[in-house]
Design a protein around this ligand. Structure first.
Ligand SMILES: Nc1ncnc2c1ncn2[C@@H]1O[C@H](COP(=O)(O)OP(=O)(O)O)[C@@H](O)[C@H]1O
Ligand SMILES: O=P(O)(O)O[C@H]1O[C@H](CO)[C@@H](O[C@H]2O[C@H](CO)[C@@H](O)[C@H](O)[C@H]2O)[C@H](O)[C@H]1O
Length: 484
């Protein structure tokens, strides 16, 4: 039964009451918990079930916790999913994942830890998916007509992630969605739709774990084929920029690590995904009424960013004028899109590029993330990502140097221009539509993304905020507008 508690004292009746203080200390240390630095004023268990049978050890629990903050009015809470392991003496391998201690069912103290760190738990979850089992409120489902992965323990993926993933023997990867939201997660929904289209641009979907929240279905986790021997676009692009900046006299097309061929292929891949999503889930006209709705979301987001970041507030009117370009553009179409595309969401496999992570921007509500939008949003987000890769190293250097080196800035801009245009060429080749033929629309979407990024970086990586701020300024000057 749901129960509320506050940092001042745990509530009775809450199945995780004894872990309350430990959870408050542990949550801010997790990469997927985005609210670091915000003051938590309440923690409650929204849902809780025991996944394991009494014969299985360790005990495995699934929980949704609701966290409320001092800065959210009206008591709105953010909800997160936990998979917990509980045992009196867990193995040394999970030492780093311990959350706290509490009295176990037999009255003796037990250790509770982040369950995904324990290979026995990830193995259990995979076997339940493969066997299509139901445990309490959770349904473990294998995708029909797919080859089941060999059941074994999973290895937690370390790194910058919004959720938590485990890899099974380089064959499959399972992602536990940390943010708990009632409704079908767009990552699962769009992978299913793309699978129906026979897409070769996404990793094959193998299964899912589904639960319930607020009386509606909720996606707990997703299982996919693992692309072994792959590299992500962000690391590859950074290596290419490094090559260029290290060579004082060479142009972007002359250095060993030129990325333009890959940027062109990524453009083709993104266009193919757009065509597949349109075929699977339909399109709607981006007419005057729809365009003014899009404009309203953009202006709303501008207000939120301006309220938090003085650099945005100072340019508020000029930015709003560019965003209004959405309503001036020729009518086009809306459809389901990726929604948060960047170079880190592209994996280079030995045979081509895969697009991953169709969840949309993490801070948006589910309703906003599944709303049809212009494919231009994804195109603009990729163009932003080429800018990010180009200027990332300079932003790091600027932390320690007094003046930016104008020569290096020019070279970084040259890299960005070359790769942005290679991407657009590739996109146009497959989609039949060149994004540069709708410059107002493209510019409005690019600026909207930069406004979002300024706020994102201010909250998450303040030392990177100069990257989107620089682009924001470029998009506001007439010289920075043209793409060709
Ligand atoms: N199908 C896959 N094959 C190989 N690696 C993958 C696959 N899916 C995700 N990854 C790796 O996992 C990381 C996190 O995946 P992502 O879907 O972006 O999760 P999150 O939502 O947690 O950010 C990616 O950056 C990539 O390195
Ligand atoms: O990957 P997520 O879905 O969690 O997306 C969020 O984090 C991204 C950073 O990891 C962020 O992307 C921004 O930084 C990237 C470099 O790290 C850059 O390539 C992107 O262009 C830039 O937007 C994304 O915006 C955010 O939603």
């Amino acid at each position: 039964m749901p129960a509320t508690s506050s940092p001042d004292g745990p509530a009775t009746g809450d199945p995780l009451a004894d872990l309350h203080d430990a959870l408050l200390a542990w949550l801010p240390t997790q990469r997927w918990f985005p609210a670091k630095g915000r003051q938590v004023v309440g923690l409650r268990t929204v849902a809780h079930s025991v996944v394991s049978t009494p014969e299985e050890s360790p005990r495995v629990e699934h929980a949704v916790i609701g966290v409320s903050f001092a800065d959210t009015s009206g008591g709105a809470e953010e909800r997160y999913q936990l998979v917990l392991g509980a045992q009196s003496g867990p193995p040394a391998e999970v030492e780093h994942a311990v959350i706290g201690r509490r009295p176990g069912p037999d009255g003796r103290d037990e250790v509770v830890y982040d369950g995904l760190a324990d290979g026995r738990i990830s193995r259990l979850v995979l076997s339940l998916i493969v066997e299509n089992q139901t445990r309490g409120p959770l349904r473990f489902v294998a995708e029909p007509d797919t080859e089941a992965p060999i059941v074994g323990p999973g290895r937690p993926l370390i790194g910058e992630q919004s959720n938590s993933s485990v890899i099974y023997g380089e064959r499959a990867i399972m992602k536990l969605f940390r943010r708990a939201t009632a409704g079908l997660n767009p990552d699962l929904e769009l992978h299913r739709a793309l699978r129906r289209q026979g897409s070769r641009e996404v990793a094959p979907l193998l299964g899912a774990v589904e639960g319930e929240l607020d009386g509606e279905p909720m996606t707990v986790a997703m299982l996919q084929g693992y692309a072994s021997n792959s590299a992500d676009g962000w690391s590859m692009a950074l290596a290419s920029v490094r090559d260029l900046l290290a060579e004082a006299d060479l142009r972007a097309d002359e250095v060993g690590g030129d990325f333009a061929g890959e940027a062109h292929r990524i453009g083709k891949t993104v266009a193919a995904v757009h065509l597949e999503l349109a075929a699977a889930l339909g399109t709607h006209p981006l007419d005057a009424r729809a365009a003014s709705e899009v404009e309203a979301w953009m202006l709303d987001r501008l207000e939120r960013s301006a309220a938090a970041v003085p650099g945005v507030a100072e340019q508020r009117d000029a930015i709003a004028e560019v965003l209004r370009g959405v309503t001036a553009a020729e009518p086009s179409t809306l459809q389901r899109i990726h929604g948060d595309l960047h170079l880190g969401q592209e994996l280079r496999t030995p045979t081509g590029w895969l697009v991953i992570d169709f969840e949309g921007e993490p801070s948006k509500s589910l309703a906003d993330r599944v709303r049809p939008d212009s494919p231009m949003r994804d195109v603009a987000a990729m163009l932003r990502s080429f800018d990010y890769a180009a200027f990332h190293q300079l932003a790091e250097w600027e932390q320690s140097a007094d003046d930016p080196d104008p020569q290096l800035e020019r070279r970084a801009q040259e890299w960005a221009d070359r790769n942005r245009s290679a991407f657009c060429d590739g996109y146009a080749e497959v989609s039949g539509t060149d994004p540069r033929d709708a410059p107002e629309l493209l510019r409005a979407y690019e600026l909207d993304k930069a406004v979002y990024e300024v706020l994102y970086e201010t909250r998450n990586r303040p030392s990177w905020v100069s990257i989107p701020l620089r682009s924001m300024r470029r998009l506001l000057t007439p010289a920075g507008r043209g793409e060709r």
